[in-house]
Design a protein around this ligand. Structure first.
Ligand code: GLA
Length: 391
């Protein structure tokens, strides 16, 4: 990958200087969905798929960026002091947002830079290609200009930019996973205080398989912001009777005791998911630590049902993928992953049955939806950072 990027970089922007390589991964969330803006826990891992770049700093305020994944956009050339929030859903909006976020948050960005990038992950599939682009920008700026900040700060800048520049009110899970990932581990993150632990995914006989439904329903962005608002409304009703800061502060029993205080039945369902999903996530990590993958898988299945029925962020295509997976004896668990309304499911499958899994799911998915799906074996990888260029 870097060989190709370097060649194009030299053609477009010339040889010489200190050209550096970077990578930022996408992520898959194993459990803990729609909990990250509700003060709950999440359990994602970084993937080995993501966005790659080579970059070289400049001594003026200009950026020149080229993305080999979207060559038709040509070279984007702008002045970093003129960036202002806007979102056309294009890759460079995410990059611009991060440069802008650094400056808004007091990190001095002294100059612009030239950059060529390329992705090896599917976009718009719920595997956080956008967070990967954001974290790529964050590590490039941090490293090129030697900015004194942590990788957690990089995650924060990614979330800040997506919220304030791109108008998507996301939590911090995706950026955190991309910035902080660790090979062969998932991250158990408490989003109420950003405390985290790495948990080894030392499966001996199982693989994590991602199935891409290849659909993305239009309402995803607006429905996401609606869910956030509904959760907040539920929280504000509950705060009248319980001393809590977030829905993540409640266990299932306490929630049941007070749920009738939530006046709107839709908001009550949303809160039920946020509370139960957080409890499931805590339990699932405990199961994994005890090597009880069967119990872990059951919790994944319950997570899907809760996302489908209470949070209502699944869609027929994701339900078909999960239901068909549940029928197979060698699947330990399967659920939608990410924001929902399309994108992917994640399944834990016995290693010896992975090719059968792909055959059966592809066939049944086609039969029931008329669509083709795509599979990736998830290989939990390291987080964003500088990478060696071996040209
Ligand atoms: C999207 C958001 C995340 C998180 C998930 C749902 O991926 O970007 O912050 O809320 O949806 O768990």
């Amino acid at each position: 990958m870097f060989g190709e990027l370097l060649k194009v970089f030299k053609e477009k922007f010339g040889e010489g200087g200190d050209i550096r390589g970077y990578f930022a991964p996408g992520r898959v969330n194993l459990i803990g969905e729609h909990t990250d803006y509700n003060g709950g826990h999440v359990f994602p891992c970084a993937l080995t798929m993501g966005n790659y770049a080579v970059a070289r700093k400049r001594d003026d305020d200009i950026i020149r960026w080229f993305n080999l994944t979207y060559p038709d956009n040509g070279v984007i050339e702008k002045n970093i002091r003129e960036f202002a929030p806007e979102d056309n859903g294009l890759w460079y909006d995410y990059q611009e947002g991060v440069v802008w976020a650094f400056m808004q948050n007091g990190f001095h960005v002294p100059h612009g830079y030239d950059m060529v990038m390329k992705s090896d992950m599917p976009a718009g599939s719920g595997l956080s290609a956008s967070a990967s682009i954001e974290e790529l920008a964050a590590v490039i700026i941090k490293d090129l200009f030697d900015i004194d900040m942590t990788m957690v700060d990089c995650a924060r800048m990614g979330q800040y930019s997506e919220n304030e520049y791109n108008g998507m009110n996301c939590g911090i899970m995706d950026q955190f996973a991309s910035a902080m990932g660790k090979k062969d581990n998932a991250i158990f993150l408490d989003t109420s205080n950003l405390q985290y632990e790495y948990v080894p995914l030392n499966f001996t006989d199982e693989k994590i398989i991602i199935t891409n439904s290849k659909v993305k329903h239009k309402l995803a962005g607006s429905a996401y912001n609606d869910r956030r608002r509904e959760s907040e409304e539920a929280l504000s009703d509950l705060k009248k009777v319980c001393d809590i800061k977030t829905l993540g502060d409640l266990d299932n029993e306490t929630f049941r005791k007070y749920e009738d205080e939530i006046s709107d039945p839709v908001c009550r369902k949303r809160a039920k998911h946020a509370v139960s999903e957080n409890q499931r996530t805590i339990k699932a990590v405990e199961c994994l630590r005890n090597s009880d993958l069967i119990a872990f898988g059951h919790l994944m299945n319950e997570s899907h049902v809760s996302l489908r029925d209470d949070y209502e962020v699944s869609c027929p295509e994701l339900d078909v993928l999960a239901e068909e997976a549940w029928k197979l004896p060698y699947v330990l668990g399967s659920r939608m992953t990410g924001g929902g309304f399309g994108g992917c499911t994640v399944s834990i499958v016995k290693s010896e049955n992975t090719s059968d899994f792909c055959d059966v799911i592809a066939r049944e998915y086609k039969k029931r939806t008329g669509l083709d799906c795509e599979f990736y074996i998830a290989d939990p990888g390291d987080g964003a950072g500088r990478r060696q260029i071996n040209d």
